[in-house]
Design a protein around this ligand. Structure first.
Ligand code: ADP
Ligand code: MG
Ligand code: MG
Length: 211
């Protein structure tokens, strides 16, 4: 089975930055359609800062690394998503105390802790047209794969697809949280930008696990 170290996770942060960085026009358009158009700039600056810090992040243990990612995201991303990602990483850090690597069950635990933190900080549920609608199906899928003894290789593919399908499912949803709630149509017919960038992160992470 896989065992992600701090160094591996920092490699993931670098790849996620590339993926996010190159999707600027698309994500900006999505947030312009139902929100205030800054989501890409927010998340891109957060991942950009983490990339600048990469050399020092690599030397930290997983607990310190995740705490530092959370603090950085909270202070650099701004907007609703900064607070939510900050809380997510701080909650995930707590699951990594004394751990030197993240294995299959550990990664499921990390994503589950992130989901719980985002739902509680954002006071939001699945189906409300937010980033939760990519992360929640991914976590449900991950838990089911572990319970059913699905191979790690297959699990990674299934979790990735669940995140992507989840982001796609926000198109039909009426927003109950976030700026799309201010639209008369509650954003129906538009993808939620936060769900799409969440799916990019999960997709990239699962690809890193495969390698
Ligand atoms: P802002 O809306 O403050 O400009 P961003 O544009 O960076 O912040 O992020 C918007 C995204 O944050 C939305 O697309 C949605 O996915 C997510 N979001 C907003 N509010 C909530 C909430 N209460 N719970 C979960 N996610 C939320
Ligand atoms: Mg915005
Ligand atoms: Mg904003």
């Amino acid at each position: 089975g896989f065992e992600l170290t701090s160094k591996d996770y920092v490699e993931y942060l670098k790849k996620a930055y590339v993926k996010i960085h190159e999707s600027g026009d698309y994500i900006t358009e999505l947030d312009a359609a139902t929100g205030d158009g800054d989501h890409w700039a927010n998340i891109n600056s957060g991942f950009g800062k983490l990339n600048e810090l990469a050399d020092s992040l690599e030397t930290m243990n997983l607990f310190e690394l995740f705490k530092q990612i959370g603090k950085t995201m909270m202070s650099v991303i701004g907007g609703s998503s900064g607070v939510l990602y900050g809380s997510a990483y701080l909650a995930a850090a707590k699951t990594l105390k004394d751990k030197e690597t993240i294995d299959n069950e550990g990664l499921c635990g990390v994503l589950a802790a992130m989901l719980d933190a985002i739902m509680s900080r954002g006071n939001a549920q699945p189906g409300w047209k937010t980033m939760i609608d990519s992360l929640h199906p991914a976590v449900e899928c991950y838990k089911a794969c572990i319970a059913d003894g699905v191979s790690e290789a297959e699990t990674v593919e299934k979790v990735k697809q669940a995140a992507i399908d989840g982001a796609e499912s926000t198109k039909a949803m009426e927003a109950v949280r976030g700026r799309a709630t201010y639209q008369t149509d509650k954003g129906v017919g538009h993808l939620d930008p936060g769900a799409v960038t969440m799916s990019y992160q999960i997709e990239t992470l699962m690809d890193c696990v495969k390698e």
